[in-house]
Design a binder for this molecule. Structure first.
Ligand code: AMP
Ligand code: ZN
Length: 113
């Protein structure tokens, strides 16, 4: 999709610190990490947000959740980690290409709101 930051990152038009790539998804380090390990996992096909997940495209979400534990293992997050997807303005979504934050590497605060 034109003018989508994460589509440009996936295409290699904007540099990123890649940690995973396969046919369906791409993962890279967040540019403004909120934890010692902060990785974003995105589907290669553009989906705006969680609200854009449908019966036609949800297989990529299942795939991403199969990949996340493999990334966590490679990143030595055996102590645990959090997976977050902000959906919409009230949740603080700033990039409207579906992404899952993997946060770990320290004991995370429990506040969710
Ligand atoms: P969200 O606020 O949930 O939409 O998350 C968007 C995330 O993208 C934020 O954590 C940003 O720090 C991150 N981000 C923005 N631009 C880049 C970039 N060029 N490379 C890596 N991460 C980015
Ligand atoms: Zn996109």
């Amino acid at each position: 999709m034109e003018n989508c930051l994460f589509c440009k990152i996936i295409a290699g038009d904007i540099p990123s610190a890649k940690v995973w790539e396969d046919d369906l998804c791409y993962a890279f380090r967040d540019i403004a990490p909120q934890a010692p390990t902060h990785i974003l996992v995105v589907p290669k096909a553009h989906i705006d947000s969680v609200n854009g997940i449908t019966v036609e495209n949800s297989a990529v979400v299942a795939h991403i959740f199969e990949v996340i534990p493999q990334i966590a293992k490679a990143e030595n997050l055996e102590g645990g980690y959090r997976v977050v997807s902000n959906c919409g303005a009230d949740a603080g979504q700033t990039v409207f290409h579906l992404h899952f934050h993997i946060l770990g590497g320290k004991k995370l605060a429990l506040e969710m709101a």
